[in-house]
Design a protein around this ligand. Structure first.
Ligand SMILES: [Zn+2]
Length: 459
């Protein structure tokens, strides 16, 4: 029997899986994004440098906390004339993070104490190998060991280091069925007590921490601050007889981060830097902290995107001296890319059957008349035009009216900028599980859509 394996869009799917593996925390996601941008000819701009943008310039700006990044290509005309073409997504995913006092000895084991970020599916964290990754900070000290302060800003001086221990380090064991006969029918998991991870057995705490320090190449007792995550160890991978399913953590929302960044890089490849002709300034914004409401220094509710866009409009060589940079927003369009709930074969009553997107059958426009999504009739029509131009099938999602709908960065960015916005995503199962599933074809569609968007409707 000859198997008819889908092929073309799989290039995007394979490139995405490699990205997903690298992007194991928001800080690592920003690094993975920036590495790809650099390869595509983009250069970093510091948020505080004097910057006169040049038409055709490819740039990216990393947030002060290193967990969000905005990239763009400066258009040939003033943004006040053209508006911006913005693609937004988020770098964070629901996960388990390490508590401030992280280590405890219990029942002959040494545990890492966790706390929850966002709406995790608790049971998906049990009984799987977990690794440790994130960022650690160490204060710079003088010879006597006292902390040093910057003479100009008066702020403490410190070093920042990304860490990732790429091996199975810890496990959160479930409780045996014999000790909880009701667990299949009830099975509640208390996040305060039941989600701590075992990373050693037998040793005293000090010995276990010393071993971990040795493996990390970092004296943990000298760490002064950290943002550390437990990360599912199993690499993302293809599933299904035809390889058409992509399995892994963090599809929500790194799939859309990858699509937006890939589209921007692809658009830059056809942009002649010597004589740029594309009029509008194109932007990809990848925000942290969507899963907890976006109210952080670099979340979608922060001033980060708005300030950068105002600055670009003010400093663009085509802008008049007395420009009102806010005028650019009313002419802008925002695509808010975040994943969508695919119809589940085992739980089909969870969808309105007229709004039940299918895996590998195209992108999904998301609508909610309580404004949990930002899509409007006008922006739905705009998104339809982009899908037609990109030859991408379009599906529709409306949450059941007797259930509580999730939300995205879409309404937040729309309100921050006063810009027309559409919410869309690729269909997936098990959103917020450590093992989410999406379609390989849909990854190709998402990249095609973003590329067409950033080429002004040219596929
Ligand atoms: Zn999301």
């Amino acid at each position: 029997m000859a198997l008819n394996l889908p092929n073309q869009p799989h290039d995007d799917a394979d490139r995405y899986l490699a990205f997903l593996e690298e992007a194991c925390t928001p800080a690592h996601a920003v690094v993975a994004v920036c590495n790809r941008l650099r390869s595509g000819g983009f250069a970093e701009r510091s948020a505080d440098e004097a910057w006169l943008p040049v038409a055709g310039e490819r740039f990216f700006v990393i947030a002060g906390d290193g967990r969000s990044v905005i990239a763009g290509i400066v258009g040939s005309r003033s943004p006040v004339d053209t508006g911006y073409l913005v693609f937004g997504a988020h770098t964070d995913s629901p996960d388990l993070r390490i508590r401030l006092n992280p280590v405890r000895r219990e029942a002959g084991t040494v545990q890492l104490l966790t706390q929850v970020h966002g709406g995790i599916i608790r049971r998906s964290w049990l009984d799987r190998p977990l690794m440790l990754a994130g960022v650690v900070y160490r204060l710079l000290r003088d010879k006597e060991g006292a902390p040093r302060f910057h003479p100009l800003t008066g702020q403490p001086l410190m070093g920042r280091q990304l860490v990732r221990l790429p091996r199975p380090l810890a496990v959160i064991p479930d409780l045996a069925i014999h000790l909880d006969r009701d667990k299949n029918d009830q099975g509640g998991i208390n996040p305060e007590t039941a989600l701590h991870a075992v990373f050693a057995s037998g040793q005293p705490v000090e010995e276990a921490v010393a071993l971990l320090s040795h493996e990390l190449g970092l004296p943990l007792d000298a760490v002064d601050g950290f943002d550390l995550h437990l990360v599912p160890f199993q690499p993302p991978q293809r599933l299904g007889i035809d390889g058409s399913l992509l399995f892994g953590p963090r599809h929500d929302d790194l799939a859309m981060v990858f699509a937006g960044v890939s589209g921007l890089i692809a658009a830059a490849e056809v942009n002649d830097a010597a004589a740029p002709t594309f009029a509008a300034t194109r932007i990809v914004a990848c925000f942290d902290a969507e899963e907890t409401g976006s109210q952080t220094s670099s979340g979608a509710a922060s001033a980060m995107l708005r300030d950068l866009l105002l600055r670009l409009a003010r400093r663009h060589p085509g802008s008049p001296v007395d420009v009102d940079p806010e005028l650019a927003f009313a002419r802008s369009l925002v695509l808010s890319g975040d994943m969508a709930h695919a119809l589940h074969p085992n739980f089909q009553d969870k969808h309105d059957r007229a709004h039940a997107p299918l895996i590998n059958q195209g992108l999904v426009v998301k609508v909610n008349t309580n404004d949990r999504y930002a899509s409007s009739g006008e922006t739905i029509a705009a998104f339809r035009a982009l899908c037609e131009a990109a030859k991408v099938p379009l599906q529709a999602y409306v949450h059941r009216q007797d259930a509580v709908c999730g939300t995205t960065i879409g309404p937040i960015v729309a309100a921050q900028l006063g810009a027309r916005t559409v919410d869309f995503g690729a269909p997936m199962w098990a959103m917020h599980s450590t093992g989410e599933t999406m379609g390989a074809l849909d990854m190709g569609y998402a990249v095609a859509l973003a590329t067409t968007y950033f080429r002004g409707g040219q596929a």
